[in-house]
Every structure is written in C-alpha cells, then in structure tokens.
Design a binder for this molecule. Structure first.
Ligand code: F6R
Length: 267
C-alpha cells in the first residue's frame, strides 16, 4: 500500500483524477471501477475537465460501479446511477454500451449480482478501482463484518450508513435499508485500487484501515492484502496516521511520483 498525503481535499481529488487519467491514457481500453459519494464529486469534475480541455478519451473504456441501493432504479434522483449520469456519464464520451451498473430494481437480486460478476470477468477484470471509504470502514456497501472474500451480493446497511445518506433523502426513514455491492473479494481482484479519503471525519477510520490490524470490522483494511493499492488523503484525513513522515518521504523521493509532485492543484 502507498499513502499519499496532500495539503487539502482539492489537491487530493485532483491527484486522484490525474492517476485515473494517466491510467486511461496508458490503456485506452481501461476497465474502470467507479464509486459515488461526496468525495468523488471533485474527481469526476476534474475528469470531465480533462476530457473537455485535454481530449481525455473514454470511448474505449468500460466502467463498473461498485454499488446501488436496492429498490432504486436508474431514473430515481437518489440512485447512484443518476449520480454518475449527472456527474460523469453525460459529460464524457463513454459508450453507453460500456457502462455497467447494478440494477437495484432487479426482480432476482442474486441473479443480478452473479451476472455482474460474469460481466466483469468477460471484460477481462477491473484494471483500476476507485474507492471512497465510509466512517464505518465500508468500501462499496461492504459494511462491517463483510467477509473479506465476499462477492457481489445484497447487503443490509448499517445505521451509520443510513445516517450518512439521510441528508440526501430528507430523512433516515427514506433511505433504503439494503444495497447491492461488489464484494470485498471482488474489489481485491482489481489490478489496482485507488482509495480517496478527505476530511477530519475520516481520520480515525483511515488510520484503522491503513495501519490497524486487518479485520472484517473495517472492510477497507482488506486493501492491505492488495499488491497495488494507493491511498490518497488530505491532511485532515491523515491526522491519525502514525507513519506520516515515512509516507511523505516516499512521495517526495520515489521516482514513480515525480510527475505528480508539483501537481495536486490545477496546472
Ligand atoms: C459509494 C461507495 C461508498 C462511498 C463511501 C464514502 O458508491 O462506494 O463506499 O465511497 O460511503 O462516501 P462519501 O465520499 O460521501 O463520504
């Protein structure tokens, strides 16, 4: 695992977007795993800017989103599908046939999840999986005690996750109680993982995920097993990391990060 600490949320999101853009330029047929959430909004804005101003080409990419609420269809304003349409899909040149999404309205959710796993395999696996982290340590909707080898499946949401989404739905009672999500095992099979976390409310869980013991209580801690995982945080989310000086030293000195040192904010 590599940890990159950026001065603020803006710089962290821009760096994450640059890492995604570099992966697309290096492999135009990239299979890109995507996440929704507040943290990702700025990343998608920046990817749209790269598309418009620098011609970043999504036309050969495939995308797979991590999760969706059970009971919400693509046209529901609160669905993750709608989130992605508004922020990214409608603004770049992705081929709609290459956008893969779990359908929260599927009659048979088990079959829907199995089909999603098959689609990922058919596309050759996910090259780069973008991840956020919940305050309870979830990645996707892999709530505490999700099996570290779990596959795409239906999952009951925790009270913490329901509280997280309550402002968007107007009240906790309106938040769906279940989600469908790629499993921790599915995520770990991605060739590279890129986790972005910003803000002081993520500081404790970032420290537990990155430096704590690996545990099903913090699904993100399973990323410690991943051979190619990069965690990008701002100073606020890095506040409780013990080895901050080491992470900074690596970023400042390792040649692989040279092209990103002067960046972080808009060039
Ligand atoms: C959503 C997802 C979630 C979020 C996480 C952080 O697709 O995968 O795991 O990434 O809940 O959400 P924000 O960024 O809103 O704090």
């Amino acid at each position: 695992m590599q940890v990159i600490i950026q001065p603020d949320a803006e710089a962290a999101a821009c760096l994450a977007a640059r890492l995604v853009a570099r992966a697309i330029r290096a492999k135009p047929h990239l299979v890109l795993g995507l996440a929704t959430g507040r943290t990702m909004e700025r990343v998608y804005e920046e990817l749209v800017r790269f598309h418009r101003e620098e011609g970043l080409d999504f036309s050969h990419c495939h995308t797979f989103n991590l999760d969706e609420f059970v009971g919400l269809g693509p046209d529901d304003p609160h669905s993750f599908r709608r989130f992605m349409e508004t922020r990214l899909f409608s603004k770049v040149n992705l081929d709609s046939r290459n956008i893969h999404f779990l359908n929260g309205l599927a009659q048979d959710l088990h079959a829907e999840c199995e089909a999603y796993e098959r689609q990922i395999r058919t596309c050759g696996g996910i090259d780069l999986q973008l991840l956020g982290i919940g305050v309870d340590g979830h990645i996707g909707f892999n709530e505490p005690l999700s099996a570290l080898m779990s596959r795409t499946r239906e999952k009951a949401l925790t009270p913490a996750t329901i509280r997280q989404y309550a402002p968007f739905f107007g009240s906790p009672r309106r938040v769906p109680k279940r989600g469908i999500t790629m499993g921790v095992g599915t995520i770990l099979e991605s060739r590279t993982c890129l986790l972005l976390a910003t803000g002081e409310e993520k500081a404790k869980v970032v420290a537990r995920a990155v430096e704590g013991p690996m545990t099903a209580m913090i699904s993100a801690s399973a990323l410690q097993l991943h051979p190619s995982c990069c965690v990008v945080v701002d100073e606020a989310a890095a506040a409780e990391l013990v080895e901050k000086d080491y992470y900074r030293w690596i970023f400042q000195n390792e040649p692989e990060w040279a092209e990103f040192r002067q960046l972080g904010r808009r060039a």
